[in-house]
Write a protein that binds this ligand. Structure first.
Ligand code: ZN
Length: 59
């Protein structure tokens, strides 16, 4: 069984989402669903200052 990175529940009992950094074959993080993933990202501040080159006014 795989535990949710955010809440610790068994992800296989939900609608699991797997996250891999770098190597897609080596997914290390698992979440019950997008809700847990979004909550984890929010709580850990992972979306702060990490947008990859979003510059609406740039040329
Ligand atoms: Zn969860």
């Amino acid at each position: 069984m795989t535990d949710c990175t955010y809440c610790g529940c068994d992800v296989t009992r939900h609608d699991p989402v797997y996250v891999a950094e770098g190597d897609p074959e080596a997914a290390t993080d698992a979440y019950c669903n997008y809700g847990c993933l979004a909550a984890h990202v929010e709580e850990a501040g992972l979306a702060v200052d990490t947008a990859c080159r979003f510059d609406p006014d740039g040329a």
